[in-house]
Write a protein that binds this ligand. Structure first.
Ligand SMILES: *[C@@H]1O[C@H](CO)[C@@H](O)[C@H](O)[C@H]1NC(C)=O
Ligand SMILES: *[C@@H]1O[C@H](CO)[C@@H](O)[C@H](O)[C@H]1NC(C)=O
Ligand SMILES: *[C@@H]1O[C@H](CO)[C@@H](O)[C@H](O)[C@H]1NC(C)=O
Ligand SMILES: *[C@@H]1O[C@H](CO)[C@@H](O)[C@H](O)[C@H]1NC(C)=O
Length: 250
């Protein structure tokens, strides 16, 4: 990314470090990243991440520049249950609501390249469709609209970075080492069932799989997909510019 483009990105997206521009949409001063040795480094990162989530969650950084959207966020199809009798899936999943989250804690250790980000997520919803089928007779099946609603959740993410060199510049890439999602209230719902084949002989078995452990199974799937996508997005952003531009040493 060119210098101008980076500046635009940084101005628009990332940093305001004490600049009063959030309300007007863009900071007025030239933004310079988060000073590496500043005592308010954590606060600076917090503002940057918050600004990004609130204003750029759809991935649009400028008219010409895009990264992956985090709201809405598409997830891969998930297998919920796979036993000898029945297979069930949560397909075409899309998550919404992250843009209304709040950054509640940031801790950065730039020497070790370790970060903690904590978010409060008032409302996260994942919509998609549900499909269940007999393992040995797939035409005997049911479908429904499906949603998972999570309220009042806390997400704590630990990151570990490593540096790498590209075109004589130092960049950072991160791995999520811990992704702890604590869900305050979780509801899974279904709507508009459609059945096919000799369904009624098996309806109890289908009911059972829809009920059994569904919350924890959906939670695990959502958490894993969210974690994978979050890491992709972070690295997409970090690839936009060398480390020194995000965290200038002076
Ligand atoms: C997910 O499932 C839907 C419905 O079966 C299908 O149309 C779509 O291609 C699947 N997506 C992927 C990435 O496999
Ligand atoms: C949200 O969760 C916190 C603790 O995790 C709890 O103290 C608070 O009462 C909850 N709020 C709502 C509206 O459920
Ligand atoms: C992230 O994890 C992968 C595989 O576990 C590893 O190869 C890579 O070096 C790790 N990167 C960081 C930044 O720790
Ligand atoms: C449906 O079930 C009935 C009785 O359970 C059976 O006689 C019929 O052959 C079945 N039809 C199919 C298509 O499996």
């Amino acid at each position: 990314m060119s210098t101008t483009m980076f500046r635009k990105f940084w101005l628009a997206a990332v940093m305001l470090c004490g600049v009063a521009g959030i309300a007007e949409g863009f900071p007025r001063n030239e933004a310079n990243g988060c000073l590496r040795h500043s005592p308010s480094l954590n606060k600076c990162i917090e503002r940057a991440v918050q600004y990004y989530i609130t204003y750029m969650a759809n991935g649009k950084i400028s008219d010409r520049y895009y990264v992956m959207s985090i709201d809405p966020l598409g997830f891969p199809n998930a297998t919920l249950v796979r036993n000898r009798n029945i297979h069930t899936y949560f397909l075409g999943r899309e998550m919404r609501g992250f843009k209304n989250s709040f950054v509640t804690e940031v801790r950065a250790d730039l020497n070790k390249l370790e970060f903690l980000l904590q978010f409060h997520m008032p409302a996260i919803d994942v919509h998609g469709s549900y499909r269940a089928e007999l393992a040995h007779e797939r035409q005997i099946a049911e479908w429904a609209k499906m949603f998972s609603s999570m309220r009042n959740s806390t997400l704590r993410i630990h990151l570990k970075g490593i540096t790498y060199e590209s075109e004589d510049r130092i960049y950072v890439r991160v791995n999520i080492t811990d992704f702890d999602l604590t869900i305050g209230d979780h509801t899974v719902g279904f709507g508009w069932f459609t059945m096919s084949g000799n369904y009624s002989d098996h309806s109890q078995a289908f009911d059972l799989e829809r009920g059994r452990n569904i919350l924890s199974v959906v939670e695990n799937e959502v958490t894993q997909s969210f974690r994978d996508k979050f890491q992709l997005l972070l690295n997409e952003i970090l690839r936009l510019a060398p480390f020194e531009r995000f965290f200038p040493s002076q």
